[in-house]
Design a protein around this ligand. Sequence first.
Ligand code: ZN
Length: 311
Amino acid sequence: MLLEGIHHVTAITGDAPRNVAFYTDVLGLRLVAKTVNQDDIGVYHLFYADWLGSPGADITFFEYPGAAAGTAGAGMVHRVVWRVASDAALDFWATRLGVERRERKGSDPFLSRRDAAAVVFRDPEGLEHELRVSAAPDEPLTGRHPDIPAEHALLGFEGVRVYSVDRDGSADVLERLLGARRLDPATFELRGERRGGTIVLDEPTVRGRPGAGTVHHVAWFSLVDDHADWLDRLERDGVRTSGIVDRHYFRSIYFREPGGVLYEIADEGPGFTRDGPLETLGEQVILPPWLESRRAAIEANLTPLPTPLRR
Ligand code: ZN
C-alpha cells in the first residue's frame, strides 16, 4: 500500500480577491471550486488546480478576511514546490514573476538539494513557492491560460519543504508508516502506482506563526480502495487521528506527525465534478445542501471575488 504523492496543500489567505487573481491569472491555475467554510459560512474555502481539478495539483485556501500575515516556522510547511518541464520554463517564469533564477553554486539553502536551478518566489501574502524542472514520469497536470504557453505551464506538485521539530520522528513516520523512500538525508519520496511527490525535512530556524500566507496542512494522496486501510495502519500504531471525515470532494484522515506538521490522507472521492460539469467548475459558490435555501443571504455576505478569465 503506497501513497501517490501530494493530494493537496491547504493554506490561509487574508485577501481572497488578491488570492484568486494571483493563483489564476498569474500562475495559470484554475479556480475549480469555491465553497464556504462549513464552520463559518461567511468565509470561503477556495480550491485551485489544473484544468481537470486533479489531486496532485490542488492548492486550497481558507479565507480569514484581513488576517495578519503569518510566518512559516517550526512544525509548518514553508515551501510548496511545483514541477515545470524545462529550463526554458524556468526562464519564462522568472521573467513573468519578475524574480531572478537561482542557480546552484555551492550550497544555496534556498534550493532543494538535488536541483541545478530553480525559481523561488512568494505569493502576495508571503507563501513561498519553488518551480523546478522535474524528471518525474507522472502525467502533467496543467491549467489553461492565454499568456502561458502549455510547454511552460505548471505541471503539478513536486513536493513540500517543512520545518520539522523532530526530524527522526518525522522520518520514522514517513518511512515506516507511510511507505516513503529516503532519497537523501532530508528528502523523502512517496510514490505509488500513478504519481509521486517529495517532502524535505528542514531544521526550523524560527518559531512560526499561523496567519495569512502560511500553510495549514499537506494532504497525501491515497487510492480510494486503500483509504480505510490507511486509517487502520495509523491507529494500530497508536497515532491519534480524526477518523475518516467526508470532505464532499474526497474523504480525509487528519493527524499530526512528530515534527509538528498536520498531515491529511485524502482519497480521490467523487472529485470536483461532483458539483457540476467540468466546463463550469468554480463559477458558482458551492453550498452544502442544507444551506441551499439560504443561498442569497450567504452569497450577499461573502467577499466579492474577481471572475477568473474564461478559457
Ligand atoms: Zn485538506
